[in-house]
Design a protein around this ligand. Structure first.
Ligand SMILES: Nc1ncnc2c1ncn2[C@@H]1O[C@H](COP(=O)(O)OP(=O)(O)OP(=O)(O)O)[C@@H](O)[C@H]1O
Length: 256
């Protein structure tokens, strides 16, 4: 497949199933993530959300089912190949290199995507292309003012922003974000949601998140998983008023 980034329109899970021994972590899940939209996945602990992201980015192989990029199968592609093609992801746990600067973290992320030989004696700061990508990603994530800070000294919210910047440094078209709001206070959450909104126009965003207010406020589509399976998918209003969701996930039939 030879597509340029601007030609990406969607990433699709087609009947994805993943078993771990006797446990079906993801059970026949189909969903689309389209450029210009935020598609959120809600679910209780252990519902299969991270496993779904791992299947989409190629970190795990499915027991059955397929992953399509613009209607073409990428199910046989490695995670590295998917990343180079534009499928970026962040992790639930903080993934930054604490002793390095914010800029160095981003530059390493940019270099990881570049298919070029390593030159042992070439100073990292001379890699102009990766510097440019890193600087652009930091600017987009609102972290330019922290570029020279040691990553370990950032606040929790800034570290999560840095993870998104590191992902952006790989120039992804599709962002698979695993709980980017976890552990954030209200101000950090608002800043992160603003960032996601600013990325929406040019990216397809799959957002796995427990913060229901944030999900309902920002998502174009919400999918709810229980025990590995999708029980409902629709707009925020549709999901809020869905009785199966209310009883199975929200634990009440009176959610406003
Ligand atoms: N590598 C693995 N080996 C065995 N079981 C696994 C593995 N990865 C996930 N599981 C199991 O699969 C199920 C789904 O896990 P997953 O992490 O996808 O859920 P989740 O919805 O992301 O949960 P959380 O919200 O707590 O992160 C869980 O029961 C989990 O213990």
């Amino acid at each position: 497949m030879t597509l340029t980034r601007s030609q990406f329109t969607s990433l699709r899970a087609c009947n994805l199933t993943r078993r771990f021994g006797g446990l079906t972590a993801v059970n026949d899940v189909s969903l689309d993530v389209n450029v210009g939209t935020i598609h959120s996945v809600l679910g209780t602990n252990g519902a299969g959300k991270s496993t779904l992201i791992n299947l989409l980015c190629g970190e795990l192989t499915p027991t059955s089912g397929d992953v399509l990029l613009n209607d073409a199968s990428i199910g046989g592609w490695s995670q590295q190949r998917r990343a180079r093609a534009g499928v970026g992801r962040t992790y639930q746990r903080n993934n930054v290199f604490a002793p390095l600067s914010v800029m160095e973290n981003c530059r390493l992320a940019a270099q990881a995507r570049m298919p070029r030989a390593w030159h042992l004696h070439e100073a990292a700061q001379h890699c102009a292309a990766s510097n440019e990508l890193a600087a652009a990603a930091l600017e987009h994530a609102g972290l330019t003012h922290c570029a020279m800070r040691i990553a370990g000294t950032l606040s929790h919210g800034q570290k999560r922003q840095l993870e998104i910047a590191m992902c952006l440094a790989g120039e992804p078209a599709i962002l698979l974000l695993d709980e980017p709001l976890a552990g954030m206070g209200p101000e950090e959450t608002a800043r992160m949601l603003e960032l996601l909104q600013s990325l929406r126009a040019e990216h397809a965003i799959l957002l796995v998140e427990h913060d229901m207010d944030a999900v309902f406020a920002t998502s174009d589509v919400v999918t709810v998983m229980v025990d590995g399976a999708v029980i409902a998918s629709g707009t925020s209003d549709e999901i809020r008023s869905n009785r199966a969701v209310q009883s199975a996930y929200l634990g009440t039939a009176d959610v406003e």
